[in-house]
Design a protein. Structure first.
Lengths: 117, 113
């Protein structure tokens, strides 16, 4: 019973390049959440998606960041024209179809550690 | 708005000693509270959760936490620390009807032999 799968585990990009982070939720889960963890900080909510829909993107930076969760395939967090400040660990979590976070535990992946040179 | 404050970014205890990690929350609605643990280079694993039932919540690995509304606290305890407990611990809050979880900055627990 595979958990939340994120890849790559480590990603190195030069300033100005694009970063694509992938997240495959647990089997049967249709809700995906992305969080960012900066050094010495807790996780900060970025975006909440269901299949083909962005439900809440209140934590996403207004520029360069986008997320999708297509009907088929993993959820993608895309960062265009990366800058050094984007260096962080990006975590994906998933939960079952019932919508409320308090009822549905979010199961976390191992994260993607992005380093921008 | 909700928030979580974890007191002490680093806590050291001796093996076999009591573990106490402090968490205070702020919430204008009844909160749901969580403790997560993160081992190096891994994702977050749920230790325990409070969702308005019993105020003393037991979790995995011998951890427990007590919800105290009067003190707006949800401290995590374990009677006897093991070396394997060394990790980072996050307190988090949400509420019914909210999809996002608000995390504290974390407390790194060090176990001394």
């Amino acid at each position: 019973n595979a958990g939340v799968m994120q890849n790559p585990r480590h990603l190195v990009r030069r300033r100005g390049q694009e970063a694509r982070l992938r997240c495959s939720p647990m089997k049967g889960h249709s809700h995906v959440y992305w969080y960012r963890q900066l050094p010495e900080e807790g996780l900060k909510f970025m975006v909440y998606l269901q299949k083909e829909n962005i439900i809440d993107e209140s934590g996403m930076p207004k520029e360069r960041f986008s997320a999708e969760f297509p009907k088929e395939g993993p959820s993608i967090l895309r960062i265009q024209q990366v800058v050094r400040g984007d260096s962080a660990a990006y975590f994906c979590a998933s939960s079952p179809p019932q919508r409320r976070a308090a009822k549905n535990i979010q199961y976390f992946g191992a994260g993607t550690r992005l380093s921008v040179l | 708005a909700q928030s979580v404050t974890q007191l002490g970014s680093h806590v050291s205890v001796s093996e076999g000693a009591l573990v106490l990690l402090r968490c205070n929350y702020s919430s204008s609605v009844p909160p749901y509270l969580f403790w997560y643990v993160q081992y190096p280079n891994q994702g977050l694993q749920l230790l325990l959760k409070y969702t308005s039932a019993a105020t003393l919540v037991k979790g995995i690995n011998g951890f427990e936490a007590e919800f105290k509304k009067s003190e707006t606290s949800f401290h995590l305890t374990k009677p006897s620390a093991h070396m394997s407990d060394a990790a980072e611990y996050f307190c988090a809050v949400t509420s019914w009807g909210d999809d996002k979880i608000i995390f504290g900055k974390g407390t790194r627990l060090h176990i001394l032999p």
